[in-house]
Each structure stands twice: as structure tokens, then as C-alpha cells.
Design a protein around this ligand. Structure first.
Ligand SMILES: [Zn+2]
Length: 240
């Protein structure tokens, strides 16, 4: 079995069909991530589908729109909500960084208050994202991390996790990350529906990611697959 711990299922034309195709290929755990209050609510509705759990939160690209924190708090009371995400910072957005910081910290404290992990976007701001996480009592999954190896190792040292997706198949700096990060802190994701490397995306692509990790780390495929799947169960506190 495999896990896709970061996708946006509400973007699928037919989420039920996508989940069925994923399950057919062994992807039995899917964490759909919200970007604002509306999509977070949508994610919670989609947890009716088998193996689907939700993360709710305010994405940095939505940080310039007001949101009602109490709605998110209510969503967090649902047993199928297992994280606060997708949250973070991204210097590429034309949104004031102070505003992004305020929303990010609000989301991190929300997770900490509810004793839940966070799923974090760290585009062009990984140093600051790391420093923020270090100030809170919270466990993070760094999604599609593309920062420096040094900061990744600091984060790993503090117990944080990394979800790798199809972009990591490209090699380069991702290869060094896979090589250096401990297997017990790795997770897999696709960020569906984001197109990666000019290809359509699909939760099934986590299989290629697992194969790639096994190759780079020179470990048996089955051992790699089961370790990463179990990391996901443990990280999100869900049953098999
Ligand atoms: Zn995403």
C-alpha cells in the first residue's frame, strides 16, 4: 500500500473516480489539503470516500483574504481531519510577507492548540519557514521542499518530515535530499492536480516516487514502500 499525503482532491472532475483508480493501484491513504475556508470544507466532505482524510487551512496564496478561524476550528473537530494544511509562506506571491507571516503563524498555532501536525509550503522562504516551525511545539511535513540541504537537515534533526512528489524524480538537489534524509522521515505526495514535468498528475505517481527513493537509497523496494507507508500512518495517526 501507498500514501499520497498531499493532493487537492476537490480539483478533480470526478473525485470518486480518481480515488477508485488510486485504490486500484494500491494508493489507499489520501490526504486532501484545503487552501481556504471553502476548499477546506470541501476536503472534509470528501472524507466520505474510502481512505480519504483531510487537512484544513489557509494557503499563503489566500492569505490576503479574510477568513473565519472559528469555521476552521469546527472543521478540526472532525475525526477525519488529521492535519492543518496547506499552509506556509511563498515569496513569489504578490502578497505582503508580513501578512503571509501572520496567517502562517495563526495556522501553526491552530495546529498546536489542536495537537495536530501541519503540511507546509515553503516556496522561496524555507529558512524563515524553518525558523517559524522551531518556535512552536508542532510537527511538520515539508511538502515539495526545494530549499537547501542544510536547512532540510536542521528540520530533520528537529523531527520534521518531508513529502516527496514527482518533481523529486528530476534528480539534482532532490537526489541529495533523498540520499541524506532518513527513510523514517520521508512521505510521498503528488500535489495533484499540479502538472509536473509537462505531465498530467495522478495519485498513482507516488509509486514512481517510492521506486526512485528505493533506487537512490539503494534499499529493497518492498522495505522502502512499507517504511514510507507506515511513516504516513504514524505521522497522521490513522489506522491502516
Ligand atoms: Zn498543494
Amino acid at each position: 500500500m501507498y500514501a499520497d499525503v498531499h493532493l487537492h482532491l476537490y480539483e478533480a472532475p470526478d473525485p470518486k473516480k480518481l480515488v477508485a483508480e488510486a485504490r486500484e493501484g494500491g494508493i489507499t491513504l489520501l490526504i486532501t489539503n484545503g487552501e481556504n475556508v471553502d476548499t477546506s470544507r470541501r476536503c472534509v466532505e470528501l472524507t466520505d470516500l474510502p481512505g480519504v482524510y483531510a487537512a484544513v487551512g489557509i494557503h499563503p496564496s489566500s492569505s490576503n483574504k479574510p477568513y473565519d478561524r472559528s469555521v476552521l476550528e469546527n472543521l478540526l473537530d472532525n475525526d477525519r481531519v488529521v492535519a492543518v494544511g496547506e499552509i506556509g509562506l511563498d515569496a513569489k506571491y504578490d502578497i505582503d510577507m508580513d501578512l503571509q507571516r501572520r496567517v502562517f503563524e495563526d495556522m501553526v498555532s491552530l495546529a498546536s492548540e489542536h495537537d495536530l501536525p501541519v503540511i507546509v509550503h515553503s516556496g522561496r522562504s524555507y529558512r524563515e519557514v524553518a525558523d517559524t516551525l522551531f518556535r512552536y511545539d508542532v510537527l511538520a511535513d515539508l511538502h515539495w521542499y526545494s530549499g537547501s540541504l542544510d536547512v532540510a537537515l536542521e528540520l530533520a534533526q528537529s523531527g520534521h518530515f518531508f513529502s516527496l512528489g514527482p518533481a523529486s524524480l528530476k534528480g539534482g538537489k532532490y537526489r541529495a535530499l533523498i540520499d541524506e534524509l532518513p527513510l523514517f522521515q520521508l512521505l510521498t505526495e503528488t500535489d495533484y492536480p499540479v502538472r509536473i514535468g509537462g505531465k498530467d498528475n495522478h495519485p498513482l505517481r507516488v509509486r514512481e516516487v517510492v521506486e526512485h527513493i528505493a533506487r537512490v537509497k539503494n534499499l529493497p523496494l518492498e522495505e522502502t514502500r512499507s517504511a514510507i507507508y507506515n511513516n504516513a500512518l504514524k505521522f497522521f495517526g490513522v489506522g491502516p
